[in-house]
Design a protein around this ligand. Sequence first.
Ligand code: GLN
Length: 189
Amino acid sequence: MKIGVLALQGAFEEHIKKLEELGVEAYEIRQLRDLDEKPNGLIIPGGESTVMSKLLDDLGMREKILDYAKGGMPVFGTCAGLILMSKETGDPRCNGLKLVDCTAKRNAYGRQLGSFDTVGEFKGLGKIPMVFIRAPYISCAEDGVDILAEVDGKRVAARQGNFLVTAFHPELTDDLSVHRYFVDMVKTK
Ligand code: GLN
């Protein structure tokens, strides 16, 4: 089993470390040919969703990722990754993959509250540390989207079939449980 981490921009190294800590083989996906290795799962990290969305097109990677994702490959998006996986973003500069039937509100906490740490309940995992950096939240979710965590009444994690999204960065904490949850999705697919 091998999990690819989209490494165009942003916080991808931390995800690779987490996967390695779990004993899972992980590799960076930097260009189209890296996808030919057919990863069993894919992580889309935090960063800048508008930049990543443009790079996906510049590098010609969008179609192949969509192909794999629609064929059942589990995909996990954190922060900008959540934005890229949401059906709607309300921002024309962010042409995402539209995998999850939800709306992501970008930079939703405003400038002052752009970054904060908290501890929140994650469905099935209990209380876990959550790091938010200029984070989005899920402002709207259709039936079929299972909300896994809320912080202050805002939806910050969800799953729809083989897709997992978190508005926070589990890779920037000491906790491995969200990555373990994703690895289990990949193992049981
Ligand atoms: N604000 C960024 C965006 O809109 C997301 C920030 C992050 O990934 N930490 O893409």
